[in-house]
Design a binder for this molecule. Structure first.
Ligand code: GAP
Length: 432
């Protein structure tokens, strides 16, 4: 993990937040390459979960929600972790993460566990009193539930259907850490899939979404041996869940949650109907009946997915007797798709390279580098995962062809410039 954290900082993928002030604990900023990678992870999810389906719609709800939302959702009362303090070294721990009732750092005695609410509070407007208290959402899901009647009334949807959104969530975690694995500000990609209230339908769609979501990680480059499914024990289920299975990833610190797939039943719609007094039912034409649907929820973290993709793509090998670091990222996720290099800084090569750059930039994120030996330039791109290197050389000036180097195999093909965009599109493979 340390090697990856260093690479991320050195190459502008992820920086410690507020770095010049010594950083803010467990808070991270995505740099110029990180922001591209993150956008691609979200794009990969959005395309698969929303745009390529007819049964899932998108939504972008506000982070700030009416405070009654959190009473209704149960988060005010139940979204807590048990907190203990060490009486000797004063460190804080989550009681449910400890193996014994002694301090894991110094062996000291621990206080009794206190329940600690994880929601971050702030105030709406200039007066800071209880009436103006508002919460930063701890999950994006509630924005979907409160919009259920808006979606049903405006979209002519038919069960089963899903509503998906990507956005920031906030939790006042007691023990954040492990780089971007657990932070207080993070991004989620969640989908609420509404189904008929029937245990057989529930079992069918739960299996369906577990398989889909597991497959998504493999499709975008995670080694399937580094993934496993772990059903929750009864006593670890969230307050809203009738059953949850985590998709876990093998992080350097051990197996940990990557995504949770939960059966939320009609818990959320029931509670919001009760607290708002509004009708949150769905009308089924065939049976002429009204009911509140049940829900299957695949809930993923953008940052955790990005961490898993980085960890599984990190590699070190030797090319032409030189060691290199290479991120073997799926080309669809890679922050930069190709880099253009003039072999020499003369003979019209830089001008030609700029021309190729501008042509490709219409479709792709492309870098340009003319500093240092060609070998060094390839390596600079390898370590940020750029899948293709395009070199303009003396032959280019004669026949309008370039060399196209593959990051993983380092094999080079000669390609005509007017074929380049099509070949890149094919090899990047959005169409797959
Ligand atoms: N709506 C259900 C829900 O929020 P969750 O299991 O608490 O379920 C879903 O969160 C996903 O969000 C997790 O699997 C993880 O990827 C991500 N996540 C949750 N807490 C996080 C944190 N503190 N830092 C980074 N990612 C987090």
């Amino acid at each position: 993990m340390e090697k990856l954290v260093n690479l991320c900082k050195r190459r502008g993928i992820i920086f410690p937040s507020s770095d010049i002030y010594g950083g803010l604990s467990s808070t991270w900023d995505y740099g110029p390459l990180g922001v591209e990678l993150k956008r691609n992870v979200k794009e990969a999810w959005w395309r698969e979960m929303v745009q390529r389906r007819l049964d899932v719609l998108g939504l972008d709800a506000a982070i700030l929600m009416h405070p009654r939302t959190w009473e209704a959702s149960g988060h005010l009362q139940s979204f807590t972790d048990p907190l203990v303090d060490c009486k000797s070294c004063k460190q804080r721990f989550r009681a449910d993460h400890l193996d014994s009732n002694r301090c894991p750092e110094c062996g000291g005695e621990l206080t009794e566990a206190r329940q600690f609410n994880l929601m971050l509070k702030t105030f709406m407007g200039p007066v800071e009193d209880t009436a103006s208290t508002i919460y930063l959402r701890p999950e994006t899901a509630q924005g979907i539930f409160v919009n259920f009647p808006n979606i049903v009334d405006t979209q002519r949807v038919k069960l089963p259907f899903g509503v998906a959104q990507i956005g920031k969530s906030f939790r006042n975690e007691i023990t954040p850490g492990n780089f971007i694995f657990r932070t207080r500000e993070f991004e989620q990609m969640e989908m609420e899939f509404f189904i008929k209230p029937d245990p057989e339908e529930e079992a069918k769609w739960f299996e369906y979404w577990l398989t889909e979501r597991f497959g998504w990680y493999v499709k975008f480059g995670i080694n399937a041996d580094h993934l496993r499914l772990r059903p929750h024990e009864k006593d670890e289920l969230s307050h809203y869940s009738r059953g949850t299975t985590d998709i876990e990833f093998l992080y350097p610190f051990g197996w940990g949650e990557l995504e949770g797939v939960a059966k939320r039943g009609s818990y959320d719609l029931d509670r919001h109907a009760e607290f708002s007094g509004k009708d949150l039912t769905y009308f089924e034409e065939e049976t002429r009946s009204r009911f509140r649907p049940w829900v299957i929820e695949p809930a993923a973290g953008v940052d955790r997915a990005l961490l898993a993709f980085l960890l599984d793509s990190y590699d070190e090998d030797v090319v032409e007797n030189e060691e290199r670091i290479v991120l073997r990222l799926d080309p669809r996720l890679a922050p930069i798709k190709a880099a253009v290099f003039p072999l020499l800084r003369k003979g019209g090569q830089p001008e030609k390279a700029q021309e190729v750059l501008r042509m490709l930039q219409r479709q792709f994120v492309v870098a340009y580098d003319q500093a240092g030996s060609i070998g060094r330039r390839y390596r600079r791109q390898d370590e940020v995962g750029t899948p293709f290197g395009i070199t303009i050389d003396h032959q280019t000036m004669e026949d309008n062809t370039v060399t196209l180097r593959d990051r993983d195999s380092t094999v080079q093909d000669r390609i005509a410039i007017n074929e380049l965009a099509r070949v890149l599109e094919e090899r990047i493979g959005w169409l797959k």
